[in-house]
Ligand binder design. Structure first.
Ligand code: BGC
Length: 812
């Protein structure tokens, strides 16, 4: 069952039934000021950091679901309704929500009045702009009462939820004409405030929640709206809100626009006040003035659209497969930008208070994004590397506002350092900017410890080398990529977190085959970087470590039909036929296959065949099998999940691409494509009632074959799935892959695809690429020509001056 449809021309998903199986959301803003908005206008806004600078309040775990947001209430005689259906839930005559690239339009119609609300954060603006257009489609005049509503958060989203003995007394507001200011804590240590403004004189306002709402009323029945009269309340403590009241007369056929601006301002210490106790509003007024007419708002939206035209023009395809094209050209790239901005911090599954930017996550997010805005990727790499320790280990997460490592989570995830090599080399391959390696980058955010970024790659590499276990395989530490495989925890206390509790590494033999494969793949990358820099001795040294690792994996990491997953604390096998449960895992088989370990002896083929046989199901490839059915104290969190969910045999979409890339290395294009399609959201639109999350973005997890409800997804939007799938489809299936000295073209496609076209901008040049497959093969470039000239014996487009080029590629 569908709840809407794609509108590819406008790059929108159009929701036509507001009662989606889960709130289907969108993100506004792509730098500094952000908002989340659901298809019923729920959600919240924040500045830079969802934990420390939360502007508006939102309640997770709420009943009903998705309560709180930016709401408009329209009172038309006795009927009260909202354009987004919620919170009033008055039955609408028409409803439509269009989620586009960083904007959302929600339109409702009731009794001949239509209300269309546009929400977006204009480029380089610290505000969410909302344009509400009210139209009277009837033959008689209408006298409507319009109320806006938003609830302020007291800045720190954690304290906002718990420190009530203080919170209920601190709230402060200021009211100035049509602008309602939130200035809690401004008089002491904060130099920022927020405001909610409308571009018309108002007939009333409220800033105190209980006055507006009525203490025992829900969002759907604010007392003020029921009575049709604002109370002109000023908040003193309790819960400050902002609500405008406007009386709107509409003649038949008439439309009126109202522009609301929800903004954030920071003032310098000596410029904080206009007069004693009165905040300096200059910057707020500037923002308000920038968007106070419909023309200005429309122009800002057009600018945002152009910005996205530009971003998405770097890689476009025409494969003849509508669903694939819309994912590659629009939604997958869009999701990559969103994960780049938010890492795993703020979504309808991530509370915005628990996690900042992940070290491994943000490095992986880069590979789906670097072709769009390389400058921001560069900055990100440096931010991430600055949280590394001199021995190569690193903070698992850092806070976006402070850019400092997060002490609550700490360090010790032994895969983390290797991802820095991925992020950095992906950046250099895209841009050719080798200078990044000379950048002085602090360790542990301490400038006095700064070293060139290249040094960070060396210590990353060496962190694995210096932490090998009894089989010469990498020690796992707290966990590897699979945060839930906690082999050194032995946790008995339900009050402790598997990720942060004491890690009993003393005497541990816990080794990871996943890190082993990862090390071979990115260790080779490191070797290549050294060679390119002429550091041949270092390249030799590193190559030896890589070769040793390959030997160790072959000697101690092969289980007969697939790669083992790990050795536990005591040195027992995990992911082996010897185990009762969890006999085979996806991660080690993915990474050792990507590394091609034992490919010459058929190990990769065998491993991937086993994955197909044991882990594949209707909805994707599950993480492990058989699922764990009891708690294994020596494995940790993985065995706490019910079978089929999350890391315990769920389809963890992030890691499916590792198998897909492995398949392309073997040249099995049909298999690669089948796996790709299974988890690709646009292909799941028809089963939205089961899949549950948005059909336009990937979810972190789909319940696996052992689950109670296979096929049901959770945790959409902020997942490494976005970048890995884009990387896989663009670079390995369609096969257009940036490299240091050119653009490699090496597709691996289903045999029955006869052709496809792509446009790729690369280092200033634009390539129009046409791939034909007359003989129906999966892989193998027979001929490649550029502007009619054949490139001898290769599948690489060399670096070329700026300009447009036509590239013909024939497979066979
Ligand atoms: C985390 C990743 C982790 C994955 C698997 C995700 O929620 O963000 O860092 O690799 O789970 O455990």
């Amino acid at each position: 069952m569908k709840f809407g449809h794609f509108d590819d021309d406008n790059r929108e998903y159009v929701i036509t039934n507001p009662a989606t199986p889960w709130p289907w959301i969108n993100y506004l803003g792509n730098k500094d000021f952000f908002s989340l908005i659901s298809n019923t206008a729920g959600g919240y806004a924040f500045y830079k950091d969802a934990k420390f600078r939360r502007l508006t309040r939102y309640r997770y775990n709420n009943v009903p679901m998705d309560s709180g947001g930016r709401y408009f209430y329209i009172k038309d005689d006795k009927t009260i309704w909202s354009p987004g259906w919620k919170p009033c839930k008055t039955k609408l005559d028409q409803y439509e929500c269009r989620h586009g690239m960083n904007y959302t339009k929600i339109k409702g119609e009731k009794d001949g009045v239509s209300a269309e609300a546009l929400f977006f954060v204009p480029l380089n603006t610290h505000a969410e702009v909302q344009k509400l257009s009210l139209t009277n489609n009837t033959k008689s005049s209408k006298n409507l009462k319009l109320f806006s509503f938003t609830e302020w958060a007291l800045w720190n989203a954690v304290a906002d939820m718990e420190n009530f003995q203080r919170n209920f007394s601190t709230g402060e507001v200021e009211i100035d004409g049509s602008t309602l200011y939130h200035k809690t804590e401004y008089k002491e240590r904060r130099n920022h405030f927020a405001f909610y403004s409308v571009n018309t004189p108002i007939d009333g306002y409220d800033t105190d929640r209980e006055s507006f709402m009525g203490l025992y009323n829900g969002f759907h029945e604010p007392q003020v709206v029921l009575e049709g009269q604002a109370k002109m309340s000023t908040a003193h403590g309790w819960s400050p809100i902002a609500s405008h009241y406007i009386e709107v007369d509409l003649q038949p056929g008439e439309t009126k626009d109202f522009i609301f601006t929800l903004g954030y301002v920071e003032n310098d210490e000596d410029n904080k006040w206009e007069s004693k106790g009165v905040i300096n509003k200059d910057k707020a007024n500037e923002i308000i003035a920038k968007f106070n007419t419909s023309d200005k708002v429309d122009a800002a939206l057009a600018e945002l659209r152009t910005y996205w035209d530009d971003l998405l023009s770097n890689y476009t395809v025409n494969t003849g497969h509508e669903k694939l094209d819309r994912m590659v050209n629009i939604w997958n790239q869009y999701q990559c930008m969103i994960t780049f901005c938010f890492s795993r911090s703020a979504s309808f599954f991530e509370s915005g208070i628990g996690r900042g930017m992940g070290f491994r996550d943000s490095n992986q997010d880069l590979i789906g994004f670097v072709h769009q805005i390389p400058d921001r990727a560069r900055e990100r790499i440096i931010d991430i590397a600055s949280t590394q320790f001199p021995d190569g280990s690193c903070y698992h997460q850092y806070q976006p506002l402070t850019k400092k490592g997060n002490n609550d989570i700490g360090s010790g995830f032994n895969d983390d350092p290797m991802w820095l090599i991925l992020g950095t080399t992906a950046y250099i391959k895209e841009t050719g900017d080798w200078s990044i390696l000379d950048e002085q980058v602090p360790y542990d955010n301490d400038e006095s410890l700064a070293q060139p970024l290249f040094h960070h790659l060396t210590v990353s590499f060496d962190h694995v080398v210096n932490n090998l276990g009894p089989h010469g395989l990498p020690l796992i530490g707290r966990a590897d990529w699979n945060d839930c495989l906690n082999l050194n925890c032995f946790s008995r206390d339900p009050n402790e977190s598997f990720q942060t509790t004491e890690n009993k590494t003393e005497g541990s033999k816990a080794e990871s085959l996943m890190i082993a494969g990862l090390f071979v793949v990115y260790g080779r990358e490191y070797v290549e970087v050294c060679r390119k820099l002429g550091k041949n001795e270092e390249a030799e040294r590193a190559q030896q470590h890589v070769d040793n690792m390959v030997r160790s994996v072959k000697a101690h990491g092969w289980d007969g039909d697939w790669f083992l997953r790990a050795y536990d604390f005591f040195g027992n096998k995990i992911g082996s036929q010897e185990n009762d449960e969890g006999q085979i895992f996806i991660e080690s088989n993915g990474w050792c296959s990507m590394a091609g370990i034992g490919i010459e002896d058929g190990l990769v083929e065998k491993a991937l065949n086993s994955v197909k046989e044991k882990l594949d199901c209707e909805y994707g490839i599950v993480l492990n099998n058989p699922a764990y059915t009891k708690y294994y104290i020596e494995y940790g969190e993985i065995s706490t999940y019910p079978k089929g969910y999350k890391e315990n045999a769920g389809i963890f979409c992030h890691n499916n691409p590792w198998i897909i890339i492995g398949e392309t290395i073997l040249g099995r294009g049909d298999q690669a494509w089948e796996y790709f399609r299974k988890i690709c959201p646009a292909y799941l639109e028809d089963i939205s009632e089961l899949h549950k999350t948005e059909p336009y973005v990937y979810a972190q997890m789909i319940a696996g074959k052992d689950a109670f409800k296979p096929g049901e997804a959770k945790n959409s939007w902020l997942t490494g799935t976005a970048s890995w799938n884009f990387y896989t489809i663009s670079q390995y299936i369609l096969g257009i892959r940036p490299d240091y000295d050119g653009l490699i073209i090496d597709p691996c496609i289903p045999a029955d695809w006869r052709s496809f076209e792509a446009t790729r901008k690369f280092r200033g040049a634009t390539f129009k690429i046409r791939v034909t497959n007359p003989n129906g093969v999966n892989k193998g470039v027979k001929r490649l020509s550029i502007d009619g000239e054949e490139v001898e014996g290769g599948n690489m487009i060399p670096l070329l001056p700026k300009g447009h080029y036509t590239v013909e590629v024939e497979l066979g």
